[in-house]
Write a protein that binds this ligand. Structure first.
Ligand code: IPM
Ligand code: MG
Length: 365
């Protein structure tokens, strides 16, 4: 198969982790006889440095011409990077939001799985980590507070800021359908998370999700308030299968879900529209503090590449192969710094750099 992959290396640790994911993809191409071509696409700070803006029309076009896009991470240190001297709509993150919107990527899938091999790194009680968990956050990605009207003004002499949380029923329905569809292929459970005891947008959310549920009598639906969900994720994550939620809640809960897996460096994500196209990126950020040191964990990006093969190319066998290779390397005891067990040797033979981790996984394909 010919795979046209757009590549957004981005900022911070982005280029390092994307390089490792490409190593693994290249190993897959050799083993299974695929042909991969990569097109570099600038986004975020990397685009600001060249073009003065975080996203150009050419970048959007290049993404649209790709079958799928693999991304590292964007953004820098807000306290020191000159990118953050720019107005908010010209900063790196604005480019990411704009490309999500331009490509209509309304469904963000963030699986959080506790690998047996990493149970030691899980900060939860031993009984909880031993039981393991495997959940998926289905986060709405192109609506809500992120895209509502916002402004900062002076009202009666006071600096005043407004952000607006807007959803229409179609936006809720299409993400709910995605959540129910995927729950059918998993354990058949959807927990819809909202703040319906306070917000109108959440009350509409709940009503529309209930309507969609009627078409899925085989899927069990429950509703949970977001504050309770934050608590339940650390108390008993195994209760969840698919968590369906709006943009901002999903942003926050997915960081929490990733940390209970042991490290945010393990969490992949897929952002999908209604076609086979998708943008695949780790759930973590650009970690500017460790950029260029070859110590980042490339696994979330490698697992994002596996999601890309699965969702955009229907290459399930190849995706399984990547996931198996990741598990194998973990089983063999290799760890990047973020997933070294506490008290683990600071420079033991199993501690590996970002590039070593990528090479080891690629070698096991
Ligand atoms: C994420 C990130 C982004 C978001 C930022 C970088 C704008 O935190 O993908 O979770 O909030 O969506
Ligand atoms: Mg986030």
């Amino acid at each position: 198969m010919k795979l046209n992959i757009g590549c957004i290396s981005g900022d911070g640790i982005g280029p390092e982790i994307v390089r490792e994911a490409k190593k693994v993809l290249d190993a897959i191409a050799v083993k299974y006889g695929h042909e991969i071509s990569y097109t570099e696409i600038l986004l975020g700070g990397a685009s600001i440095d060249v073009h003065g803006v975080p996203l150009t029309q050419e970048a959007i076009q290049a993404a649209k011409e790709s079958d799928a896009v693999l991304m590292g991470s964007i953004g820098g240190d807000a306290n020191t990077s000159p990118w953050y001297q720019l107005p908010p709509d010209r900063r790196p993150e604005a480019g990411l939001l704009a490309i999500r919107k331009e490509l209509g990527l309304f469904a963000n899938l963030r699986p959080a799985v506790l690998y047996e091999e990493l149970a030691d790194a899980c900060p939860l009680k031993k009984e909880t980590s031993e039981a393991g968990f495997d959940l998926l956050i289905m986060r709405e990605l192109t609506g809500g507070l992120y895209f509502g009207e916002r402004r900062t003004t002076v009202e009666n002499g006071l600096r005043t800021a407004v952000d607006t949380l807007v959803y229409n029923e179609n936006e809720i329905r299409r993400i709910a359908v995605k959540a129910f569809d995927i729950a059918r292929k998993r354990r058949g459970k959807v927990t819809s998370v909202d703040k319906a005891n306070v917000l109108d947008s959440s009350r509409l959310w709940r009503a529309v999700v209930n309507e969609v549920a009627k078409d899925y009598p085989d899927v069990e639906l429950s509703h949970m308030l977001v504050d309770n969900c934050a608590m339940q994720l650390v108390k008993d994550p195994a209760q969840f299968d698919v968590i369906l939620t709006e943009n901002m809640f999903g942003d926050i809960l997915s960081d929490e879900a990733s940390m209970v897996t042991g490290s945010i460096g393990m969490l992949a994500s897929a952002s999908l529209n209604d076609t086979k196209f998708g943008l695949y990126e780790p759930s973590h950020g650009s970690a500017p503090d460790i950029a260029g040191k070859d110590i980042a964990n490339p696994i979330a990006t490698i697992l994002s590449a596996a999601m890309m093969l699965r969702y955009s190319f229907d290459l399930d066998k190849e995706a399984d192969d990547i996931e198996r290779a990741v598990k194998q390397v973990l089983k063999e005891g290799f760890r990047t710094a973020d997933i070294m067990p506490e008290g683990g040797k600071a420079s033991g033979e199993n501690k590996c750099s970002c590039s070593e981790m990528g090479s080891r996984i690629a070698e096991r394909i």
